[in-house]
Design a protein around this ligand. Structure first.
Ligand SMILES: Cc1ncc(COP(=O)(O)O)c(C=O)c1O
Length: 345
């Protein structure tokens, strides 16, 4: 089976495992793990923030951000198909007492104008206040799309004018960096908090970080503990993170090139692929537009020896990662059109 479901399926390579096996470790909860500390410092610097906190998952990073930035009973503004909205089980309400306002995005982006338009202050004490804005870059369900830096800054500036705090779900931030050539600091430093995930295209078995000011990261450590996320000899996995930052960032360009090759071949074969959305390591196929349900399309694709996943109603996605080499791409080039009968091979 060629597994194109997600870059979360990446497994640690022998060299990454070697780095893990030889990692110096200590009690992370006591901040005595030198490898975790090194990864936190390195990530803070990468993202242009004072401090970073190592976490098991990016979901925990987003939820900690909402807990420390949000005001209970106030509103969270987020794109309506962002991970925080569709895949975190109402955590904003459940953990942090936030009322979420989902705004329809264009390729996952919310404009400054949309942020201003959501603002409503009639001076009455019963009208909910807006408290926090969360953006996502790259945007998963839109197809791994990248925010243009100027637009990102305008949207964050609009939020600031209205007194909101701002969080970036940068689970795949390094894909945005590699695709756009804009540094992680330029993208991330304007936010109060940023989540970075290590277990997607960067290839770690687990791990994520949240970054922000020293003061906010103190609060993040408190919430991390409250969520049950404080760990012990976590350096064994943090070593994978350091390895990934050294070896697996630039190579994301290969994943992007392979996704592009797949997208172009499938579009050429008549499949409904919007190439403008193929900006990083995802390719979306709008199977509803060729009269297939997601289940039918996935079953046909599986018969040809490939796995894709559902990303939003009517749309499947193929994701490239370090698990997908050129041979796999060559096979997928023809197998997917054959499965969906766009071409007869
Ligand atoms: C944009 C985005 N944010 C956050 C997450 C959550 O990551 P994790 O699985 O590490 O909790 C994901 C996972 O797919 C994601 O795509």
């Amino acid at each position: 089976m060629i597994d194109l479901r997600s870059d979360t399926g990446t497994k640690p390579t022998p060299a990454m495992r070697e780095a893990m096996a030889t990692a110096e470790v200590g009690d992370e909860q006591e901040r005595e793990d030198p490898t975790v500390t090194k990864l936190e410092r390195r990530t803070a610097e990468l993202l242009g923030h004072e401090e970073a906190v190592y976490l098991p998952t990016a979901t925990m990073g987003n939820q900690i951000a909402l807990a420390i930035l949000g005001e209970r009973g106030a509103e969270l503004i987020v794109e309506e198909r962002a991970h925080i909205m569709v895949s975190e089980l109402g955590g904003a309400a459940y953990h942090s007492g936030l009322q979420t306002r989902g705004v329809p995005g264009y390729r996952g982006r919310i404009s400054a104008e949309q942020v201003r338009a959501t603002f409503w202050n009639d001076g009455e004490f019963w009208t909910p206040r807006m408290s926090v804005l969360a953006l996502e870059n790259t945007h998963n369900t839109s197809g791994g799309t990248v925010w243009p830096l100027a637009e990102l800054r305008e949207t964050v500036a609009a939020a600031r004018e209205l007194g909101l705090r701002a969080h970036l779900d940068g689970a795949r931030l390094m894909n945005a960096v590699v695709a756009s050539g804009v540094s992680a600091t330029e993208i991330a430093s304007g936010f109060d908090t940023v989540t970075l995930c290590l277990s997607k295209g960067l290839g770690c078995p687990l791990g994520a970080l949240i970054a922000g000011s020293r003061e906010l990261m103190h609060q993040a450590r408190v919430e991390k503990h409250r969520f049950g996320g404080a760990m012990r000899q976590a350096g064994i996995v943090a070593a994978a993170g350091l390895y990934a930052l050294d070896h697996n960032v630039d190579r994301l360009a290969d994943d992007h090139a392979r996704a592009r090759r797949l997208g172009e071949a499938w579009a050429e074969a008549g499949l409904p692929v919007d190439l403008e959305l193929v900006q990083t390591n995802f390719v979306q196929i709008d199977v509803a537009s060729i009269g297939l349900t997601e289940e039918e399309a996935l079953a046909r694709i599986r018969e040809q020896g490939l796995l894709l996943s559902q990303t939003r109603p009517g749309v499947l996605r193929a994701v490239t990662s370090l698990e997908i080499d050129d041979d796999a791409v060559e096979q997928a080039l023809t197998a997917i059109p054959r499965a969906l009968e766009a071409v007869r091979v």
